[in-house]
Design a protein around this ligand. Sequence first.
Ligand SMILES: CC(C)(COP(=O)(O)OP(=O)(O)OC[C@H]1O[C@@H](n2cnc3c(N)ncnc32)[C@H](O)[C@@H]1OP(=O)(O)O)[C@@H](O)C(=O)NCCC(=O)NCCS
Ligand SMILES: [Zn+2]
Length: 195
Amino acid sequence: MQVRVHETAEVSPLAEVGAGTAVWHQAQIREGARVGEDCVIGKGAYIDLQVQIGNRVKVQNGAMVYRGVTVEDGAFIGPLACLANDRYPRAITPEGTRKIEGDWEVGRVVIRRGASIGASAVVLPDVEVGEHAMVAAGAVVSKDVPPQGLVMGNPARLVGYVCLCGRRLLEDPVGQWRCVNCGRDYRLEALPGSL
Ligand SMILES: CC(C)(COP(=O)(O)OP(=O)(O)OC[C@H]1O[C@@H](n2cnc3c(N)ncnc32)[C@H](O)[C@@H]1OP(=O)(O)O)[C@@H](O)C(=O)NCCC(=O)NCCS
Ligand SMILES: [Zn+2]
């Protein structure tokens, strides 16, 4: 399958883009970045230097994915989400000169397989969002999110767990977690504890 890159998008010749991936209007993919197969990189999205993106990932319009970020297969990055990499940002050093490479430490963000980051959410440096977790729209995520965890707010708090289909799970009295949308069941021990 072909890679489709809109004529207004800017994909560095030093970036890798996998088969079947579409890169839409004004998106930018920087040097050393790797985007896997069958992805969608939405309008105006920014994929920074050396970012690693897996297969079947959707990066929505205007999302900012900075250096130090890894996005695993099947993750969803919502519109205007920001995956940040500088915990203590400063434009200048204490001496007043412009900060350059080496004047700051790149923080790591990992978005695990199948996780979703809601619209305009911010994921702070050194945070891991677990497999199939769900970050609500507008959340500011300052701590790791467990697999299938649902987090909301600023600072984001764990408020529940979600199904692979994205809907919230309900816990029954015998500790089974069930999705009323698609009927999938999960064992409690497969999730990181009750709330
Ligand atoms: C978090 C989310 C999954 C919750 O959906 P839900 O389980 O159907 O939750 P509900 O709509 O029933 O809301 C439950 C409560 O959470 C609150 N809530 C819902 N979304 C919220 C959010 N993003 N941030 C803070 N609170 C939120 C509701 O106001 C409600 O509060 P209440 O209990 O005081 O009445 C959903 O609201 C969301 O943010 N999805 C992401 C959407 C998105 O960004 N899509 C990107 C592609 S366009
Ligand atoms: Zn479900």
